[in-house]
Structures are given as structure tokens and as C-alpha cells.
Design a protein around this ligand. Structure first.
Ligand code: NDP
Ligand code: GDR
Length: 328
């Protein structure tokens, strides 16, 4: 039986990846931080077979202990301060967790493995935010990185550190450059979930309007359940490498709004949405669209859920959740 250690277990991807690994017969260990993490119950609820280990990716000793307790064949580093807007207000914290945290996980893995480094495979959650200012359309593995936020800068550090461990020590360390991926488990601070939750509440008469920032940004949005499969596939390859994981389609926030509101029968979303400068960013990533050719050809990976189905899935899930919360 294979064993995997997953950091960021309480997050959107941690839950989907755990479900996938458990379905493949893995023994899954999840790193959980804090003395009484409120999301521990969620993990126990969704994936009760995951074994939780205390630790924090900023704390090297806790990682060494987690590796020793789990003895993993595969390490998936998903832990991060992941909200781009928050990263300007907490740039140092973001650098420590999202940047230096990667070095800690790599180094703990190397120390734990000892002379036989080939026995552990490592996955780093890199991001399309690293592309930042548009250099290439679509963006691919070779596109120049030009991050536009403290989060993006920290991810670039983690990305190159992963490549460096591969080149310096021969570690089987792969980096998935994942474009935005969403689901009903997406945190409510991200724009997709913020919209689908608001659409559900407006439909039920619990809210009148929704305040957003820049509606013109374009993103390549896929379904998180599809994307965790690409993570796993990367670690099943003989050679470690870097892969763009994306749908190859891009849509604006306006298009997302259009489909979400139309799904509940509300035409003219413009009357329901206000623009609030508080949600504008000091520097914006205007256009993301990925070229997933390498992942398709080398990993045999393809997204299954399309954009419109993704939006509808999230609206339906939020409608059900809000109905339950409102006791209807
Ligand atoms: P989430 O924000 O949902 O989850 C982030 C996870 O990181 C949480 O489990 C959080 O734990 C954990 N974490 C935060 N700080 C620490 C720390 N100091 N030590 C250990 N764990 C910590 O993110 P997603 O699931 O959406 O994303 C997973 C990874 O993929 C992240 O690295 C993200 O940056 C990256 N990514 C995500 C994309 C997306 O579109 N979703 C696209 C590209 C990359 P806690 O509950 O304790 O806060
Ligand atoms: P992103 O996701 O920054 O791409 O990072 P987010 O959903 O936060 O923003 C997407 C775009 O929407 C615009 N926007 C708003 N965003 C939020 N959150 N709230 C608003 O009110 C709002 N109004 C407009 C933003 O300006 C932006 O252009 C996500 C995270 O998961 C990262 O961790 C990951 O690396 C990248 O995706 C790929």
C-alpha cells in the first residue's frame, strides 16, 4: 500500500486529492496546523480515513516529525497562504509560508529520505499567478514568469526551489503550474464562490446586491476535482517535470456573472452587482489562459468539466447550502 503526506489538507485541493488517493488505495496523512484548527472537523467529515498529523510548513522540525510518522512514498505540498489579495497586506507572512515553506518541505523530505532520495516523490503546487503580466498567449511551461503580487513572487521562489532540488539532488520533484480551479469547496473569498454564494442568497431573498472589484479580468477556470488527478499523474511518471494544467479557455468575471445569474432565471445581473474599489488590487493579472498540451500529451490528462457546467454546479451547491442554512 502506498503512503502519501499532504500539506494543505483542509483546503479545497487537499480534500479532493485525499478522496482521489484514498480511492486508489493509498494510506493518506494530512498535515494540520494550529492548536485547535476549526477545519479539522471538515476533514474528518469528508475524508474520515485521512490520518491527521500536527505541523506547519514554516516549522521544519514539525515536518521532519510528520515525515517520520507517515513514511510517505509521495509528498504533495499544497499548503500556502493562497489568497492573492491578502498577500499585499501580509507580504512577509506570505513569503514565509508560500515561499520559504516550500524550501522547508523539500529540505525535510531530503533529510528524511537520506541517501536513497529516489524513494520519495514530491509535488509542488505552483500557480498561473507566476505568469502575472501578460508575456505570451496562451501561457505555457516556457513562458517568462513576471509575478504581479507578493503571492506570485513567493510561488516563483517555490517553483524554482523545486526545480533546484531536482537538478541539485536528483530528487523526483515535480511542479504543477495550475490555472484557477474551482468547486463547491472553494473558499468564499475567491471571486467564483463569492458570486455563486451571492447568487444563491439573492435568489432566496437573503441578499440584494453583490459588491465586486475588477470585472474585466479573465481567467482559465477548471474544476478542482479534475486538477488533482493531474497532480497524481505527475508523480507516476518516470521523470519529474513541470506541467501547465489548464483548460485552454478563458472567460471574464462578467461572463461568469452572466451564466450564474441566468442559471437561476435572473436576467440583467448588472442591476445586482456594484463595483467597490476595496476589491481592486494594487496590480492586476489581466489575462490568464493556459496551454495544457504537454499535460495532455505526456500525462494523458484532460479536463472533464467545462466552464458552464462548473458555474452551474457551484450555484446549485450554494442554493442547497443556503436553503439548509435558512431552514427552507
Ligand atoms: P486553500 O486556500 O483552499 O488551502 C490552503 C491550505 O494551506 C489550507 O489547508 C491551509 O490550512 C494551508 N496552510 C496555510 N498556511 C499553512 C501553514 N503555515 N502550514 C501548513 N499549512 C498551511 O487553497 P487551494 O486548495 O485552493 O490550493 C492548494 C494549493 O494550490 C495552494 O498552494 C495554492 O496556492 C495552490 N494553487 C491553487 C490554485 C487554485 O485555483 N485553487 C491554482 C494554483 C495553485 P488552514 O486551514 O490551517 O489555513
Ligand atoms: P486569483 O483568484 O487571484 O486568480 O487566485 P480570485 O478568485 O481571488 O480572483 C480572480 C479575479 O477576480 C477579480 N475580482 C475579485 N476577486 C475576489 N477575490 N473578490 C472580488 O470581489 C473580486 N472582484 C473581481 C480579481 O481581481 C482577479 O482578477 C486564485 C487563487 O486560488 C491562487 O491561490 C491561485 O494560485 C490562482 O487562483 C491561480
Amino acid at each position: 500500500m502506498k503512503r502519501a503526506l499532504v500539506t494543505g489538507i483542509t483546503g479545497q485541493d487537499g480534500l479532493y486529492l485525499s478522496e482521489l488517493l484514498l480511492s486508489k488505495g493509498y494510506e493518506v496523512y494530512g498535515l494540520i496546523r494550529g492548536q485547535n484548527n476549526p477545519k479539522a472537523d471538515l476533514v474528518r467529515d469528508v475524508v474520515p480515513d485521512v490520518r491527521l498529523l500536527n505541523g506547519d510548513i514554516t516549522d521544519l522540525a514539525s515536518l521532519i516529525r510528520a515525515l517520520s510518522e507517515s513514511q510517505p512514498d509521495e509528498v504533495y505540498n499544497l499548503g500556502a497562504v493562497s489568497f492573492v489579495a491578502y498577500s499585499w497586506e501580509n507580504a512577509r507572512l506570505t513569503s514565509d509560508v508560500t515561499g520559504l515553506g516550500v524550501l522547508n518541505v523539500l529540505e525535510a523530505t531530503r533529510l528524511h529520505a537520506g541517501p536513497d532520495l529516489s524513494k520519495i516523490r514530491f509535488y509542488q503546487a505552483s500557480s498561473s499567478e507566476m505568469f502575472g503580466k501578460v508575456q505570451d498567449v496562451p501561457q505555457r511551461e516556457t513562458t517568462l514568469l513576471w509575478p504581479r503580487s507578493p503571492y506570485g513572487v513567493a510561488k516563483v521562489y517555490g517553483h524554482y526551489m523545486t526545480i533546484n532540488y531536482r537538478e541539485s539532488y536528483g530528487m523526483h520533484a515535480s511542479s504543477g503550474i495550475l490555472f484557477n480551479h474551482e468547486s463547491p469547496r472553494r473558499g468564499p473569498e475567491f471571486v467564483t464562490r463569492k458570486i455563486t454564494r451571492a447568487v444563491a442568497r439573492i435568489t432566496l431573498g437573503l441578499q440584494d446586491t453583490l459588491a465586486l472589484g475588477n470585472l474585466d479580468a479573465k481567467r482559465d477556470w477548471g474544476f478542482a476535482g479534475d486538477y488533482v488527478e493531474a497532480m497524481w499523474l505527475m508523480l507516476q511518471q518516470e521523470q519529474a517535470d513541470d506541467y501547465v494544467v489548464a483548460t485552454g479557455e478563458t472567460h471574464s468575471i462578467r461572463e461568469f456573472l452572466e451564466i450564474a445569474f441566468a442559471h437561476v432565471g435572473i436576467d440583467g445581473w448588472q442591476d445586482r452587482v456594484t463595483q467597490d474599489p476595496r476589491f481592486l488590487r494594487p496590480a492586476e493579472v489581466d489575462l490568464l489562459i493556459g496551454d495544457p498540451t504537454k499535460a495532455r500529451e505526456q500525462l494523458g490528462w484532460q479536463p472533464k468539466v467545462g466552464f458552464e457546467d462548473l458555474v452551474r454546479m457551484m450555484v446549485d451547491s450554494d442554493l442547497a447550502e443556503q436553503r439548509t442554512l435558512a431552514g427552507r
